[in-house]
Design a protein around this ligand. Structure first.
Ligand SMILES: [Fe+2]
Length: 342
């Protein structure tokens, strides 16, 4: 908890010089930063210019009293933690403070231990948020690294498509970002794309590297990979619908895809994006049975099938990105390079 207090910045408002100096000295030893104000108006001015984690304020002060300031602060920032310091005789003010919903109060003369306890109580939910965010980030990082390792393991088996999933994930994430997807959805897109072909593990490797177009029977075996992939992943409780996305990545907008023949928005947005990124990457890369068809052919394919095989909104964004960036759509931007990257 001591360490947590050291991360907080405090606005402390008190008109009595001696009290303010003494309490500030105490606060400075425990908090990251302490700004002092002599009355509510000064406090408000500081609050508007700086970012604080907690406001500690006296009530009775000249120019603007503590509660008027608290009220204004709450209007500026809803839920801002406020602890008031009150003399025993301030009953009326005290009632108003309760109405305002301040987070804590300390009686004068200030008992510093009580002040710390009230400050902790007022900022505790923030403390929990910080801890939670830290834990969540660590989990996402570890999951991303595991999925990245899995992705490389899948691709080592099939050298011709080496790097395919990684490049698809980069392009898919850029499309998602430009479409305005949330951070959660972007993580979902990125990780699903990284292992979207995991189901090919159950397809004989000879088929994957066949230097000629496949027969219908051979192709039907390849077509089991979205379901196989989703079955492999479904036992892992990812916080994102990765198994569903993998199952749906060969579904097509008009319902002509597989395995379930889903249509339009029945297909998850992640899968609609990966479908486009997948075909663009596949067409512009070399395959055992043909050389690269080039980005222009890929552009033609998605434009011709816009609203037919592919979600028109996804195609529009993909086309824009291809025109702007060319081959660079498959490259990790330097500023977003990830530890999972290779
Ligand atoms: Fe696939």
């Amino acid at each position: 908890m001591e360490a947590f207090l050291k991360t907080l910045s405090v606005l402390y408002v008190e008109d009595e010089d001696m009290v303010r100096e003494e309490v500030s000295r105490f606060l400075r030893r425990r908090f990251a930063r302490v700004d002092e104000a002599k009355n509510g108006a000064e406090g408000l001015e500081l609050f508007e210019k700086n970012v604080y984690d907690i406001v500690i304020t006296d009530i009775k002060m000249p120019v603007m009293d503590g509660l008027s300031m608290a009220e204004r602060i709450r209007n500026l920032r809803d839920g801002m933690p406020i602890v008031i310091v009150t003399a025993f005789t301030d009953t009326d003010y005290f009632i108003k403070a309760i109405e305002l919903g301040v987070d804590g109060y300390v009686k004068k003369p200030i008992d510093t231990e009580q002040l710390i306890a009230q400050t902790l109580k007022a900022t505790y939910s923030r403390f929990q948020d910080v801890q939670l965010a830290k834990a969540k980030n660590a989990t996402i990082k570890a999951l991303t690294q595991i999925v990245g390792a899995l992705s490389r393991a899948i691709e080592q088996r099939d050298p011709y498509t080496n790097g395919h999933q990684h490049r698809v994930s980069i392009f898919a994430e850029s499309i998602g970002r430009l479409m305005g997807l949330s951070d959660e959805q972007l993580t979902s897109v990125r990780l699903s794309a990284l292992i979207h072909d995991i189901g090919k593990l159950s397809v004989p490797v000879e088929l994957l590297v066949m230097p000629r177009p496949l027969t219908e029977l051979e192709y039907s075996l390849i077509k089991t990979h979205p379901v196989n992939g989703s079955d492999i992943i479904t036992g892992i409780e990812f916080p994102w619908p990765i198994d569903e996305t993998i199952r749906q990545h060969h579904e097509r907008y008009d319902g002509s895809g597989y395995p379930d023949g889903l249509q339009g928005e029945e297909i998850r947005i992640e899968a609609r994006i990966i479908a486009v990124a997948d075909v663009v990457e596949a067409m512009s890369s070399h395959r055992p049975y043909r050389p690269s068809l080039g980005l222009d052919k890929a552009l033609e394919e998605i434009t011709r099938n816009r609203g037919i095989l592919y979600d028109p909104a996804v195609v529009d964004v993909a086309v824009k990105l291809i025109r702007e960036k060319g081959e660079k759509i498959f490259e990790e931007a330097a500023f977003t390079s990830r530890s999972s990257g290779r």
